[in-house]
Design a protein around this ligand. Structure first.
Ligand code: ZN
Length: 473
C-alpha cells in the first residue's frame, strides 16, 4: 500500500514538473514567433518565401527548445552549492555560475553551471557538464558524427559546403579533417568488424530453410589508390599551416590490399566484413589472423571458400589460417591468361576467339587436364606466343586444385570474386580516387578504415568508441 502511495506521489511530482516545463517551452516558442513575425515577408508570401524564412530561424527554435529542456533537468546539479573535491575530498563551495555555449545538431545551447575549484589540487570541475555528457570543445558529438559521416562519402571541401548548407552549421574542411582523424585514429580490423553475434545472425538468416550450410566467401585482392609520399608534408618558413607542395613530390599509385567476407544467398551477396589498407602482405596476413583469433568467423556453420587471383602470398596466408577452406582461383583471372595466349598465337582473328571460348568451356566443365594437354601440344607461332603459352601452363598447373570449376559450380561455390571487385569499388575507389586527390598513407588508411566500418555496419559504434577514448584521455 505504502509503495503505491509513493509511486502516486512521484507521478504527481513528475506531472507538475512536466507542466512547468511545458509552460517554459510555450514562452520560448512565443519569443521565437515574435522573431518569425518580424522576418516574414510583409505582402502575400509564396510557399518558398515562408519556407526560406523558417529555414533561416529554425536553429533558434530547436536550439531554444533544447536549451529550455536542459535547464529544467538535473536541478540538484544546476543549483549545487558545494561538492567534495574528487581527489582530496575537501569540501568546495560553488563559484559562478559560468556560462558556456555549445553547438548541437539542433542549434546552439547556452549552459549556466556552477564551477568548483580545489586550490590544493589545482583542479576545477563542472558537475553539470558531466551529468549532461557535454564533451570538450564547442561542437558536440552529434555534429561531429554527422560531419564525419558526410566526409567519408565526398571530398572534404564539398562536404564542408554541403554540411553548412543542409544543417545551418558551418564546419570548415580543416575541422572535418580533424574530426575524421580523431574518429579513425588507430582503428584495427577487429574494431570495425561486426560482432560475432551479428555475424551469426546474418549467417542464420541465409541458412534458414536450407539443407546445406551457406557458402561464406573470403575474397582477397588489391586496389590501387592515388598516394603521395610522407616527404610531401613540409612547411616553408613563415608558412603557418602544413601543406603539401605539389612541385616537390611525385605522386604514386599504391596498392590497398583488402579482404571481404560475404555470404552467397542465391544471386544475392550478404556482406559481413571488409578491411582494406595500404600496407604490406604480412600486415594483411596479420589482419586476417586477428579476425580468426577474435573468433568472428563461424567456420563450423558455413562452407568457407576463398576466391583470389594467382598471387602466391595470398594463398600462403589462406593455407595457414583457413586450411579447410575450399580454394578457388578466380575464373575471370584465368580467362585473362587465355586471352593473352590467343592474342599472341592467333592475333586478332576469329580463330583466337574460338580458341578462348572452347578452352574456357573446358575449364568451366572442370577439364583442366585437357586444357593443360592442349597447351602443351600447341605449336607456338612466335616467341611471344611461346612465352604466353608457357606462362599460362605454369599458372594453371600451379593452381590445379583451385580450378575444379565444374564441381565448384555444382556445390554452389562462386567461380569469381565479383564481391571483392565491388568492395574495391565502393570502399576504395568511390572516395579515394578523385581528380587531384593524392593521399598520405595515414590519411588513406584512416579513410579506408571508416568506410569499412560503414559497410560493416559499425560506424556508430566506432564513433562512440572514439568519444570514450577522448573522455578518458
Ligand atoms: Zn582537492
Amino acid at each position: 500500500m505504502g509503495c503505491a502511495e509513493v509511486i502516486a506521489l512521484d507521478q504527481v511530482r513528475a506531472r507538475q514538473h512536466w507542466t512547468t516545463l511545458r509552460q517554459r517551452l510555450h514562452e520560448r516558442f512565443d519569443r521565437w514567433l515574435d522573431q518569425l513575425e518580424a522576418a516574414l515577408p510583409e505582402s502575400e508570401p509564396t510557399l518558398g518565401g515562408v519556407s526560406e524564412t523558417i529555414w533561416a530561424l529554425r536553429q533558434q527554435l530547436t536550439g531554444g527548445i533544447a536549451e529550455t529542456i536542459v535547464c529544467h533537468t538535473h536541478p540538484e546539479e544546476q543549483h549545487r552549492q558545494q561538492r567534495l573535491c574528487p581527489t582530496c575530498a575537501r569540501l568546495l563551495p560553488a563559484r559562478g555560475p559560468v556560462p558556456r555555449c555549445v553547438e548541437t545538431m539542433v542549434g546552439a545551447v547556452e549552459l549556466k553551471r556552477p564551477y568548483f575549484y580545489c586550490q590544493l589540487c589545482h583542479a576545477g570541475s563542472y558537475p553539470l557538464d558531466e551529468v549532461l555528457g557535454v564533451c570538450a570543445g564547442r561542437m558536440q558529438p552529434d555534429i561531429q558524427q554527422a560531419a564525419v559521416d558526410l566526409a567519408t562519402e565526398i571530398p572534404y571541401e564539398t562536404a564542408s559546403t554541403l554540411f553548412g548548407r543542409l544543417t545551418g552549421i558551418p564546419v570548415s574542411s580543416e575541422r572535418l579533417h580533424t574530426f575524421t582523424h580523431q574518429v579513425a585514429e588507430g582503428l584495427s580490423v577487429v574494431e570495425v568488424a561486426p560482432s560475432r553475434e551479428e555475424i551469426d545472425r546474418r549467417v542464420g538468416q541465409v541458412a534458414a530453410g536450407r539443407f546445406r550450410r551457406p557458402v561464406l566467401v573470403l575474397g582477397i585482392d588489391g586496389a590501387y589508390v592515388p598516394s603521395r609520399p610522407a616527404s610531401a608534408r613540409g612547411r616553408r618558413p613563415g608558412q603557418a599551416r602544413r601543406r603539401a607542395r605539389r612541385a616537390r613530390w611525385r605522386h604514386e599509385w599504391r596498392e590497398a590490399k583488402g579482404f571481404r567476407f560475404y555470404l552467397l544467398d542465391g544471386e544475392r551477396i550478404v556482406h559481413l566484413l571488409s578491411w582494406h589498407q595500404v600496407y604490406t602482405e604480412e600486415q594483411l596476413g596479420e589482419a586476417l589472423a586477428q579476425v580468426k583469433k577474435a573468433g568472428l568467423i563461424p567456420e563450423d556453420h558455413v562452407r568457407l571458400c576463398v576466391v583470389a587471383d594467382g598471387a602466391e602470398w595470398i594463398w600462403k596466408h589462406v593455407q595457414a589460417l583457413f586450411p579447410n577452406a575450399c580454394q578457388v582461383l578466380d575464373y575471370y583471372h584465368c580467362a585473362e591468361y587465355l586471352h593473352k595466349v590467343a592474342k599472341a598465337q592467333y592475333g586478332q582473328t576469329v580463330q583466337a576467339l574460338e580458341w578462348v571460348e572452347a578452352t574456357l568451356s573446358r575449364l568451366y566443365l572442370g577439364k583442366l587436364g585437357t586444357v593443360l594437354g592442349g597447351l602443351r601440344r600447341m605449336q607456338p607461332t612466335s616467341d611471344e606466343a611461346r612465352k604466353a603459352i608457357d606462362n599460362c601452363w605454369i599458372y594453371l598447373n600451379e593452381h590445379r586444385g583451385r580450378t575444379n570449376y565444374g564441381t565448384l559450380r555444382r556445390g554452389g561455390y562462386p567461380l569469381g570474386s565479383g564481391g571483392m571487385e565491388s568492395a574495391n569499388k565502393f570502399i576504395c575507389h568511390v572516395r579515394l580516387k578523385r581528380s587531384g586527390a593524392w593521399w598520405y598513407e595515414e590519411s588513406s588508411n584512416q579513410m579506408l578504415a571508416l568506410r569499412c566500418a560503414k559497410y560493416n555496419g559499425t560506424f556508430a559504434h566506432v564513433f562512440t568508441r572514439s568519444q570514450h577514448q577522448k573522455a578518458d584521455s
